[in-house]
Design a protein around this ligand. Structure first.
Ligand SMILES: Cc1cc2nc3c(=O)[nH]c(=O)nc-3n(C[C@H](O)[C@H](O)[C@H](O)COP(=O)(O)O)c2cc1C
Length: 216
């Protein structure tokens, strides 16, 4: 692929939150996940797992769990301070129930050899504890899964599918892990809802000069 086509793919992808009814073929879902596993990842540990849910009742169950937590948060008195935004979040909390497929992205924690040394010392060495804190502030496990999800979204777009990365379902982490029968060493990172796009939203980006600088 030349750079112009790559640029078109990257610029053309948008988060899609409405889908047509049609089913997404297993081969496309499998191919997107397979390509996602070629993403860079910490230590090439590949501690990720992708659960592709196509059964409507299971997607509904996950959506109900997320909606129920969103309703609870919105009912707390503190929500009044941000009422309008909270109402909007509550209203949109489970829109992914309309997706033909929903991929649960899970990961087991990656520990580099440095992490192991730091963990062994953290209880009695303040410096080791501080450095471990730095490492934990930018977890490799999550960065690796994010690289895979980014790759997956681009592949879906290249296939003519429309997907959205969903972190808000983490509010119902335990419920989703139970619904999908995930072993306790694997943690929910996010969901990716996907189908044939039923909308073509436009979104902008800040000019790159606003977010970039060179250091010579
Ligand atoms: C880490 C991450 C978490 C996100 N979580 C949600 C989410 O919970 N719900 C949602 O509707 N969109 C979510 N999105 C999608 C963003 O809202 C979207 O990428 C952003 O608004 C830019 O739009 P675009 O993807 O169409 O360019 C998430 C995106 C990222 C990268």
């Amino acid at each position: 692929m030349d750079i112009e086509n790559l640029e078109r793919l990257i610029r053309g992808r948008r988060s899609i939150r409405q889908w047509k009814k049609g089913e997404v073929p297993d081969e496309l879902l499998k191919k997107a996940v397979e390509l996602a596993t070629w993403a860079p990842n910490g230590g090439n540990y590949q501690g990720w797992r992708f659960i592709i849910v196509k059964r409507k009742e299971i997607i509904e169950k996950m959506a109900d769990a997320v909606q129920s937590v969103a309703n609870r948060i919105a009912s707390w008195p503190e929500a009044i301070s941000w009422q309008e935004d909270v109402n909007r979040y509550q209203k949109n909390a489970s829109f992914f129930r309309g997706a033909p497929a929903c991929i649960g992205v899970f990961a087991s924690e990656y520990q580099s050899p440095m992490d192991r040394v730091l963990v062994a010392r953290e209880s009695f060495d303040r410096e080791a504890k501080k450095i471990l804190g730095f490492r934990r502030s930018a977890p490799t496990t999550i960065q690796s899964a994010a690289a895979a999800v980014t790759t997956m979204l681009l592949v879906f777009h290249g296939m003519g599918l429309g997907a959205v990365w969903l972190v808000s379902p983490i509010q119902a982490k335990k419920e989703i892990e139970a619904i999908l029968k995930i072993p306790s060493n694997m943690k929910l990172i996010c969901l990716v809802a996907v189908g044939y796009p039923g909308e073509s939203p436009r979104r902008d980006r800040k000019p790159v000069e606003q977010v970039m600088e060179f250091v010579y």
